[in-house]
Design a protein around this ligand. Structure first.
Ligand SMILES: Nc1ncnc2c1ncn2[C@@H]1O[C@H](COP(=O)(O)OP(=O)(O)OP(=O)(O)O)[C@@H](O)[C@H]1O
Ligand SMILES: [Mg+2]
Length: 446
Protein backbone atom coordinates (compact mmCIF):
# COMPACT_ATOMS: atom_id res chain seq x y z
CA UNK A 1 0.00 0.00 0.00
CA UNK A 2 1.31 3.40 -0.85
CA UNK A 3 0.46 6.51 1.05
CA UNK A 4 -1.17 9.86 0.46
CA UNK A 5 0.44 12.60 2.56
CA UNK A 6 -1.29 15.92 3.22
CA UNK A 7 -0.07 18.89 5.19
CA UNK A 8 -2.62 21.56 6.09
CA UNK A 9 -1.31 24.90 7.33
CA UNK A 10 1.56 23.23 9.13
CA UNK A 11 3.90 25.47 11.11
CA UNK A 12 6.97 24.86 13.23
CA UNK A 13 9.09 27.09 15.48
CA UNK A 14 12.20 26.16 17.40
CA UNK A 15 12.50 29.62 18.91
CA UNK A 16 9.33 31.40 20.00
CA UNK A 17 8.03 33.71 17.35
CA UNK A 18 10.34 32.46 14.59
CA UNK A 19 8.62 30.04 12.26
CA UNK A 20 11.03 27.88 10.32
CA UNK A 21 8.04 26.35 8.53
CA UNK A 22 5.19 28.76 8.01
CA UNK A 23 1.64 27.56 7.26
CA UNK A 24 2.69 24.94 4.75
CA UNK A 25 -0.07 23.21 2.80
CA UNK A 26 0.76 20.43 0.42
CA UNK A 27 -1.07 17.37 -0.90
CA UNK A 28 1.07 14.49 -2.07
CA UNK A 29 -0.69 11.83 -4.12
CA UNK A 30 -0.20 8.11 -3.51
CA UNK A 31 2.74 6.93 -5.60
CA UNK A 32 3.90 10.44 -6.42
CA UNK A 33 7.56 11.49 -6.37
CA UNK A 34 7.55 14.94 -4.82
CA UNK A 35 10.74 16.94 -4.43
CA UNK A 36 11.08 19.59 -1.71
CA UNK A 37 13.53 22.12 -3.09
CA UNK A 38 15.02 25.23 -1.53
CA UNK A 39 18.23 26.85 -0.36
CA UNK A 40 19.99 25.79 2.82
CA UNK A 41 18.05 26.53 6.00
CA UNK A 42 14.65 27.00 4.32
CA UNK A 43 13.04 24.22 6.37
CA UNK A 44 13.16 21.21 4.04
CA UNK A 45 14.49 18.70 6.58
CA UNK A 46 12.11 20.04 9.22
CA UNK A 47 9.14 19.31 6.93
CA UNK A 48 10.42 15.82 6.23
CA UNK A 49 11.00 15.13 9.92
CA UNK A 50 7.48 16.30 10.74
CA UNK A 51 6.10 13.89 8.14
CA UNK A 52 8.21 11.10 9.65
CA UNK A 53 7.05 11.94 13.17
CA UNK A 54 10.56 12.81 14.36
CA UNK A 55 9.60 16.43 14.96
CA UNK A 56 6.44 17.69 16.59
CA UNK A 57 4.00 19.79 14.58
CA UNK A 58 3.23 23.08 16.38
CA UNK A 59 0.20 24.10 14.35
CA UNK A 60 -1.74 22.59 11.50
CA UNK A 61 -2.51 19.03 10.50
CA UNK A 62 -0.75 16.10 8.96
CA UNK A 63 -3.04 13.61 7.26
CA UNK A 64 -1.89 10.18 6.15
CA UNK A 65 -4.36 8.57 3.74
CA UNK A 66 -6.85 11.18 4.89
CA UNK A 67 -6.51 10.34 8.60
CA UNK A 68 -5.27 12.78 11.25
CA UNK A 69 -1.72 11.69 12.01
CA UNK A 70 -0.06 14.46 14.06
CA UNK A 71 0.24 12.18 17.10
CA UNK A 72 0.94 8.91 15.34
CA UNK A 73 4.17 7.26 16.54
CA UNK A 74 6.93 7.19 13.92
CA UNK A 75 6.89 3.39 13.95
CA UNK A 76 3.18 3.39 13.07
CA UNK A 77 3.62 5.57 10.00
CA UNK A 78 5.29 2.87 7.87
CA UNK A 79 7.76 5.28 6.40
CA UNK A 80 11.38 4.65 5.58
CA UNK A 81 13.87 7.47 5.78
CA UNK A 82 17.13 7.74 3.88
CA UNK A 83 19.52 10.44 5.05
CA UNK A 84 22.58 12.12 3.64
CA UNK A 85 24.79 10.36 6.19
CA UNK A 86 23.00 7.12 6.52
CA UNK A 87 24.62 5.44 9.49
CA UNK A 88 24.97 1.76 8.78
CA UNK A 89 25.91 -0.34 11.79
CA UNK A 90 29.67 -0.76 11.37
CA UNK A 91 29.77 -4.14 13.10
CA UNK A 92 27.09 -5.65 10.84
CA UNK A 93 27.43 -6.97 7.31
CA UNK A 94 25.29 -5.46 4.56
CA UNK A 95 22.96 -8.44 4.89
CA UNK A 96 22.42 -7.77 8.59
CA UNK A 97 22.11 -4.05 8.06
CA UNK A 98 19.36 -4.55 5.49
CA UNK A 99 17.67 -7.25 7.56
CA UNK A 100 17.84 -5.38 10.87
CA UNK A 101 14.57 -3.38 10.57
CA UNK A 102 12.81 -6.55 9.38
CA UNK A 103 13.94 -8.43 12.47
CA UNK A 104 12.68 -5.61 14.69
CA UNK A 105 9.35 -5.51 12.85
CA UNK A 106 8.68 -9.27 12.87
CA UNK A 107 11.06 -10.95 15.31
CA UNK A 108 10.04 -14.50 14.44
CA UNK A 109 10.24 -14.24 10.65
CA UNK A 110 13.25 -15.12 8.51
CA UNK A 111 14.42 -11.89 6.86
CA UNK A 112 16.59 -13.63 4.25
CA UNK A 113 14.15 -13.92 1.35
CA UNK A 114 13.34 -10.22 1.50
CA UNK A 115 16.96 -9.22 1.93
CA UNK A 116 17.94 -11.31 -1.09
CA UNK A 117 15.12 -9.93 -3.23
CA UNK A 118 16.07 -6.38 -2.28
CA UNK A 119 19.75 -7.01 -3.00
CA UNK A 120 18.86 -8.39 -6.44
CA UNK A 121 16.78 -5.31 -7.17
CA UNK A 122 19.68 -3.03 -6.25
CA UNK A 123 22.39 -5.18 -7.82
CA UNK A 124 24.27 -5.54 -4.54
CA UNK A 125 24.20 -9.31 -4.10
CA UNK A 126 28.01 -9.39 -4.07
CA UNK A 127 28.19 -6.91 -1.23
CA UNK A 128 25.97 -8.72 1.25
CA UNK A 129 28.77 -10.27 3.28
CA UNK A 130 30.90 -7.15 3.50
CA UNK A 131 31.04 -4.69 6.37
CA UNK A 132 30.41 -0.96 5.79
CA UNK A 133 34.12 -0.16 6.09
CA UNK A 134 34.72 -2.44 3.09
CA UNK A 135 32.28 -0.52 0.87
CA UNK A 136 32.64 2.63 -1.23
CA UNK A 137 30.39 5.63 -0.54
CA UNK A 138 28.06 4.74 -3.39
CA UNK A 139 27.86 1.11 -2.31
CA UNK A 140 27.09 2.15 1.24
CA UNK A 141 24.30 4.38 0.00
CA UNK A 142 22.89 1.46 -1.97
CA UNK A 143 22.89 -0.72 1.13
CA UNK A 144 21.16 2.13 2.96
CA UNK A 145 18.55 2.24 0.21
CA UNK A 146 18.20 -1.52 0.55
CA UNK A 147 17.51 -1.14 4.25
CA UNK A 148 14.74 1.37 3.43
CA UNK A 149 13.22 -0.70 0.61
CA UNK A 150 13.27 -4.12 2.29
CA UNK A 151 10.60 -3.06 4.77
CA UNK A 152 8.12 -2.38 1.94
CA UNK A 153 7.29 1.00 3.39
CA UNK A 154 4.19 2.98 2.51
CA UNK A 155 6.39 6.01 1.77
CA UNK A 156 10.03 6.93 1.32
CA UNK A 157 11.38 10.09 2.89
CA UNK A 158 14.78 10.95 1.48
CA UNK A 159 16.88 13.81 2.80
CA UNK A 160 19.65 14.73 0.35
CA UNK A 161 20.63 11.07 0.06
CA UNK A 162 23.18 11.69 -2.70
CA UNK A 163 24.89 14.88 -1.67
CA UNK A 164 27.99 13.18 -0.26
CA UNK A 165 28.78 11.40 -3.51
CA UNK A 166 30.80 12.54 -6.50
CA UNK A 167 28.97 13.93 -9.54
CA UNK A 168 29.17 10.79 -11.67
CA UNK A 169 27.92 8.45 -8.98
CA UNK A 170 25.25 10.96 -8.02
CA UNK A 171 23.89 10.97 -11.57
CA UNK A 172 23.98 7.21 -11.68
CA UNK A 173 22.20 6.70 -8.36
CA UNK A 174 19.74 9.45 -9.20
CA UNK A 175 18.58 7.45 -12.20
CA UNK A 176 18.48 4.34 -10.03
CA UNK A 177 16.36 5.96 -7.33
CA UNK A 178 14.00 7.32 -9.93
CA UNK A 179 13.62 3.93 -11.61
CA UNK A 180 13.26 2.07 -8.35
CA UNK A 181 10.66 4.26 -6.67
CA UNK A 182 8.59 4.25 -9.85
CA UNK A 183 8.85 0.51 -10.17
CA UNK A 184 7.76 0.08 -6.55
CA UNK A 185 5.12 2.80 -6.98
CA UNK A 186 5.83 4.09 -3.47
CA UNK A 187 5.05 7.69 -2.51
CA UNK A 188 8.37 9.49 -2.15
CA UNK A 189 9.25 12.86 -0.65
CA UNK A 190 12.78 13.78 -1.66
CA UNK A 191 14.63 16.77 -0.21
CA UNK A 192 17.36 18.59 -2.09
CA UNK A 193 18.85 22.05 -2.54
CA UNK A 194 20.05 21.09 -6.02
CA UNK A 195 17.59 22.39 -8.61
CA UNK A 196 18.96 20.16 -11.38
CA UNK A 197 18.37 17.12 -9.20
CA UNK A 198 14.86 18.32 -8.37
CA UNK A 199 14.00 18.91 -12.00
CA UNK A 200 15.29 15.55 -13.15
CA UNK A 201 13.63 13.49 -10.40
CA UNK A 202 10.33 15.03 -9.42
CA UNK A 203 6.84 14.37 -10.71
CA UNK A 204 6.28 17.69 -8.98
CA UNK A 205 8.61 20.12 -7.29
CA UNK A 206 7.66 22.18 -4.21
CA UNK A 207 9.88 25.23 -3.81
CA UNK A 208 10.42 26.54 -0.26
CA UNK A 209 11.94 29.85 0.73
CA UNK A 210 12.35 30.86 4.37
CA UNK A 211 9.84 28.24 5.50
CA UNK A 212 7.18 29.49 3.09
CA UNK A 213 5.99 27.45 0.13
CA UNK A 214 6.53 29.47 -3.04
CA UNK A 215 5.16 27.21 -5.74
CA UNK A 216 4.29 23.58 -6.45
CA UNK A 217 4.17 22.20 -9.95
CA UNK A 218 5.70 19.92 -12.51
CA UNK A 219 9.33 20.71 -13.33
CA UNK A 220 8.08 22.10 -16.66
CA UNK A 221 5.56 24.45 -15.12
CA UNK A 222 7.83 25.91 -12.43
CA UNK A 223 10.46 26.53 -15.09
CA UNK A 224 8.09 28.03 -17.64
CA UNK A 225 5.83 29.96 -15.28
CA UNK A 226 7.77 30.79 -12.10
CA UNK A 227 5.49 32.68 -9.75
CA UNK A 228 8.20 35.08 -8.63
CA UNK A 229 11.72 36.19 -9.32
CA UNK A 230 13.15 33.95 -6.59
CA UNK A 231 11.85 30.80 -8.30
CA UNK A 232 12.87 32.09 -11.73
CA UNK A 233 16.42 32.64 -10.46
CA UNK A 234 16.62 29.43 -8.46
CA UNK A 235 15.54 27.10 -11.26
CA UNK A 236 17.43 26.71 -14.53
CA UNK A 237 21.04 26.70 -15.67
CA UNK A 238 22.54 29.06 -16.64
CA UNK A 239 20.68 31.31 -14.24
CA UNK A 240 18.00 33.51 -15.82
CA UNK A 241 19.27 36.99 -16.72
CA UNK A 242 17.59 39.54 -14.43
CA UNK A 243 17.88 43.16 -15.49
CA UNK A 244 16.50 46.34 -14.04
CA UNK A 245 14.19 48.07 -16.47
CA UNK A 246 11.63 50.85 -16.65
CA UNK A 247 8.36 50.52 -18.56
CA UNK A 248 7.80 53.43 -20.91
CA UNK A 249 4.56 53.89 -22.81
CA UNK A 250 4.60 57.18 -24.69
CA UNK A 251 1.25 58.28 -26.05
CA UNK A 252 2.48 58.44 -29.60
CA UNK A 253 4.79 55.48 -29.83
CA UNK A 254 5.29 51.83 -29.08
CA UNK A 255 5.64 50.63 -25.54
CA UNK A 256 9.21 49.91 -24.52
CA UNK A 257 11.15 48.61 -21.57
CA UNK A 258 14.22 50.72 -21.10
CA UNK A 259 17.30 48.81 -19.95
CA UNK A 260 19.72 51.62 -19.24
CA UNK A 261 21.24 52.63 -22.54
CA UNK A 262 19.17 50.29 -24.64
CA UNK A 263 15.52 49.33 -24.77
CA UNK A 264 13.23 46.51 -25.76
CA UNK A 265 10.47 47.69 -28.07
CA UNK A 266 7.38 45.54 -27.57
CA UNK A 267 5.86 44.41 -30.88
CA UNK A 268 2.55 46.03 -31.89
CA UNK A 269 -0.22 45.17 -31.53
CA UNK A 270 0.58 44.30 -27.94
CA UNK A 271 -0.18 40.71 -27.02
CA UNK A 272 -2.38 40.11 -23.96
CA UNK A 273 0.60 39.52 -21.69
CA UNK A 274 2.38 42.70 -22.77
CA UNK A 275 -0.81 44.73 -22.34
CA UNK A 276 -0.53 44.00 -18.62
CA UNK A 277 2.58 46.16 -18.57
CA UNK A 278 0.60 49.32 -19.37
CA UNK A 279 -0.20 49.91 -15.72
CA UNK A 280 3.49 49.72 -14.88
CA UNK A 281 4.25 52.81 -16.93
CA UNK A 282 7.14 54.77 -15.44
CA UNK A 283 7.82 52.08 -12.84
CA UNK A 284 10.88 50.03 -12.31
CA UNK A 285 10.47 46.37 -13.11
CA UNK A 286 12.72 43.35 -13.31
CA UNK A 287 13.14 41.87 -16.76
CA UNK A 288 13.87 38.15 -16.89
CA UNK A 289 15.44 36.61 -19.97
CA UNK A 290 16.47 32.98 -19.97
CA UNK A 291 19.39 32.21 -22.18
CA UNK A 292 17.13 30.53 -24.76
CA UNK A 293 15.36 33.88 -25.25
CA UNK A 294 18.50 35.45 -26.71
CA UNK A 295 20.54 34.56 -29.76
CA UNK A 296 23.50 36.06 -31.51
CA UNK A 297 22.36 37.29 -34.92
CA UNK A 298 22.20 40.42 -37.04
CA UNK A 299 19.05 42.61 -36.88
CA UNK A 300 18.27 41.66 -40.48
CA UNK A 301 17.83 38.04 -39.36
CA UNK A 302 15.14 38.94 -36.83
CA UNK A 303 12.04 36.75 -36.82
CA UNK A 304 8.64 38.11 -35.82
CA UNK A 305 8.66 38.93 -32.11
CA UNK A 306 12.43 39.39 -31.91
CA UNK A 307 14.04 42.73 -31.17
CA UNK A 308 17.61 43.81 -31.50
CA UNK A 309 20.10 44.98 -28.87
CA UNK A 310 23.89 45.10 -28.78
CA UNK A 311 26.21 43.48 -26.28
CA UNK A 312 29.87 44.01 -25.51
CA UNK A 313 31.67 40.70 -24.93
CA UNK A 314 33.20 40.71 -21.45
CA UNK A 315 33.94 37.08 -20.87
CA UNK A 316 33.69 33.83 -22.81
CA UNK A 317 33.17 30.60 -20.87
CA UNK A 318 34.03 27.56 -22.97
CA UNK A 319 32.11 24.47 -21.82
CA UNK A 320 32.88 22.02 -24.62
CA UNK A 321 29.48 21.37 -26.19
CA UNK A 322 28.45 24.99 -25.70
CA UNK A 323 29.82 28.39 -24.85
CA UNK A 324 28.44 30.88 -22.34
CA UNK A 325 29.10 34.44 -23.40
CA UNK A 326 28.88 37.18 -20.77
CA UNK A 327 27.80 40.47 -22.35
CA UNK A 328 27.69 43.97 -21.03
CA UNK A 329 24.59 45.64 -22.45
CA UNK A 330 24.77 48.73 -20.25
CA UNK A 331 21.89 47.55 -18.11
CA UNK A 332 22.06 46.73 -14.44
CA UNK A 333 21.42 43.33 -12.98
CA UNK A 334 18.73 42.77 -10.37
CA UNK A 335 19.94 40.57 -7.55
CA UNK A 336 18.17 37.93 -5.51
CA UNK A 337 20.07 38.34 -2.25
CA UNK A 338 19.89 34.82 -0.88
CA UNK A 339 20.99 33.33 -4.20
CA UNK A 340 24.01 35.55 -4.84
CA UNK A 341 27.49 34.12 -4.42
CA UNK A 342 29.63 36.30 -2.18
CA UNK A 343 31.17 38.90 -4.45
CA UNK A 344 33.93 41.43 -4.07
CA UNK A 345 32.75 44.56 -2.26
CA UNK A 346 32.01 47.38 -4.68
CA UNK A 347 34.21 50.45 -4.52
CA UNK A 348 31.93 53.39 -3.70
CA UNK A 349 31.30 55.61 -6.70
CA UNK A 350 32.00 59.31 -6.36
CA UNK A 351 28.29 60.00 -5.98
CA UNK A 352 27.86 57.41 -3.28
CA UNK A 353 30.87 58.74 -1.42
CA UNK A 354 29.38 62.21 -1.55
CA UNK A 355 26.15 60.91 -0.09
CA UNK A 356 28.09 59.09 2.60
CA UNK A 357 26.78 55.69 1.52
CA UNK A 358 29.25 53.02 2.58
CA UNK A 359 29.37 49.48 1.35
CA UNK A 360 28.56 48.36 4.86
CA UNK A 361 25.44 50.52 4.97
CA UNK A 362 24.25 49.15 1.67
CA UNK A 363 24.85 45.59 2.86
CA UNK A 364 22.93 46.37 6.05
CA UNK A 365 20.04 47.75 4.02
CA UNK A 366 20.05 44.69 1.85
CA UNK A 367 20.11 42.34 4.85
CA UNK A 368 17.23 44.33 6.38
CA UNK A 369 15.24 44.01 3.19
CA UNK A 370 15.88 40.27 3.14
CA UNK A 371 14.66 39.79 6.70
CA UNK A 372 11.58 41.83 5.92
CA UNK A 373 10.51 39.14 3.50
CA UNK A 374 8.95 40.18 0.24
CA UNK A 375 11.76 42.24 -1.24
CA UNK A 376 13.53 40.26 -3.79
CA UNK A 377 15.72 41.92 -6.13
CA UNK A 378 16.74 45.43 -6.77
CA UNK A 379 20.45 45.73 -6.49
CA UNK A 380 20.42 49.18 -4.96
CA UNK A 381 16.89 50.50 -4.54
CA UNK A 382 17.96 54.05 -3.75
CA UNK A 383 19.83 54.38 -7.00
CA UNK A 384 17.29 54.77 -9.77
CA UNK A 385 19.34 56.48 -12.44
CA UNK A 386 19.54 53.82 -15.11
CA UNK A 387 21.47 55.68 -17.76
CA UNK A 388 24.94 54.90 -16.50
CA UNK A 389 27.69 52.34 -16.55
CA UNK A 390 27.11 49.03 -14.77
CA UNK A 391 28.13 48.98 -11.11
CA UNK A 392 31.66 48.05 -10.27
CA UNK A 393 32.61 44.95 -8.36
CA UNK A 394 30.10 42.52 -9.81
CA UNK A 395 30.73 39.55 -12.00
CA UNK A 396 31.46 40.42 -15.62
CA UNK A 397 28.51 40.87 -17.95
CA UNK A 398 24.87 41.52 -17.22
CA UNK A 399 23.56 39.13 -19.83
CA UNK A 400 24.64 35.54 -20.31
CA UNK A 401 23.92 33.97 -23.68
CA UNK A 402 24.40 30.34 -24.56
CA UNK A 403 25.79 29.61 -27.99
CA UNK A 404 27.48 26.89 -30.01
CA UNK A 405 31.27 26.60 -29.89
CA UNK A 406 31.64 27.39 -33.61
CA UNK A 407 30.96 31.12 -33.12
CA UNK A 408 34.26 32.75 -32.25
CA UNK A 409 33.88 35.67 -29.89
CA UNK A 410 36.57 37.65 -28.13
CA UNK A 411 36.59 40.05 -25.25
CA UNK A 412 35.79 43.59 -26.38
CA UNK A 413 33.72 42.70 -29.48
CA UNK A 414 30.36 44.43 -30.02
CA UNK A 415 27.86 41.76 -30.99
CA UNK A 416 24.27 42.03 -32.27
CA UNK A 417 21.74 40.12 -30.18
CA UNK A 418 18.13 39.20 -30.89
CA UNK A 419 15.77 38.96 -27.96
CA UNK A 420 12.65 36.83 -28.40
CA UNK A 421 9.90 38.72 -26.60
CA UNK A 422 7.65 35.67 -26.60
CA UNK A 423 9.97 34.46 -23.83
CA UNK A 424 10.00 37.69 -21.86
CA UNK A 425 9.41 37.58 -18.11
CA UNK A 426 8.61 40.76 -16.22
CA UNK A 427 8.44 40.95 -12.41
CA UNK A 428 7.28 43.87 -10.30
CA UNK A 429 9.29 45.63 -7.58
CA UNK A 430 8.29 42.95 -5.06
CA UNK A 431 9.48 40.22 -7.38
CA UNK A 432 6.02 38.90 -8.31
CA UNK A 433 5.52 37.93 -11.93
CA UNK A 434 3.52 40.36 -14.05
CA UNK A 435 4.20 38.86 -17.43
CA UNK A 436 3.28 36.22 -18.53
CA UNK A 437 0.02 36.90 -16.72
CA UNK A 438 0.08 35.54 -13.15
CA UNK A 439 -3.19 33.68 -13.59
CA UNK A 440 -2.09 32.07 -16.82
CA UNK A 441 -2.78 28.38 -16.63
CA UNK A 442 0.31 26.28 -17.02
CA UNK A 443 -0.78 24.98 -20.41
CA UNK A 444 2.42 22.99 -20.41
CA UNK A 445 1.16 20.77 -17.61
CA UNK A 446 0.92 17.21 -18.72
N1 LIG B 1 16.66 21.49 16.50
C1 LIG B 1 16.70 22.76 16.09
N2 LIG B 1 16.75 23.78 16.96
C2 LIG B 1 16.76 25.06 16.55
N3 LIG B 1 16.75 25.44 15.27
C3 LIG B 1 16.71 24.47 14.34
C4 LIG B 1 16.69 23.08 14.69
N4 LIG B 1 16.66 22.36 13.55
C5 LIG B 1 16.66 23.25 12.53
N5 LIG B 1 16.69 24.51 13.00
C6 LIG B 1 16.64 25.73 12.19
O1 LIG B 1 15.48 25.68 11.37
C7 LIG B 1 15.73 26.17 10.07
C8 LIG B 1 15.39 25.11 9.06
O2 LIG B 1 16.25 24.02 9.21
P1 LIG B 1 16.23 22.77 8.24
O3 LIG B 1 17.23 21.78 8.76
O4 LIG B 1 14.83 22.29 8.10
O5 LIG B 1 16.72 23.42 6.88
P2 LIG B 1 17.07 22.72 5.48
O6 LIG B 1 16.24 23.38 4.46
O7 LIG B 1 16.96 21.25 5.62
O8 LIG B 1 18.59 23.17 5.27
P3 LIG B 1 19.82 22.34 4.61
O9 LIG B 1 19.62 22.39 3.12
O10 LIG B 1 21.01 23.13 5.04
O11 LIG B 1 19.80 20.94 5.18
C9 LIG B 1 17.20 26.57 10.06
O12 LIG B 1 17.27 27.95 10.27
C10 LIG B 1 17.80 25.81 11.23
O13 LIG B 1 18.87 26.53 11.78
MG1 LIG C 1 18.36 19.69 5.57
Amino acid sequence: MTRAISLHDVSKSYTRGVRVVDRLSLDIEPGEFLVLLGPSGCGKSTVLRMIAGLEEIDEGELLLDGEYANDLLPADRQMAMVFQNFALYPSMTSRDNIGFPLRIESPGADPRPRVDATARMLGIEDLLDRFPAQLSGGERQRVAMGRAIARHPAAFLMDEPLSNLDAKLRNHLRAEISGLTRKLGVTTVYVTHDQAEAMSLGDRVAVLRGGVLQQVGTPRSVYALPRNVFIAAFIGTPRINLLRGVVRAPLDGAMTISLGKQYLRLPEPLCLDHQLLRVQQGREVIVGLRSEAIRIAKPAAARPGEVHITGLVEHVEFQGHEVLVHFNTGSRPALVPELEAPRPAARPTRRRRREGGTVLNRLRERAGALRAGPVVALDDPADTGSEQAPPEGRLPGDLIVRTTPDIELRHGMHVPLLVDLAHLFVFDQHGDRICPAPDRLPDLEE
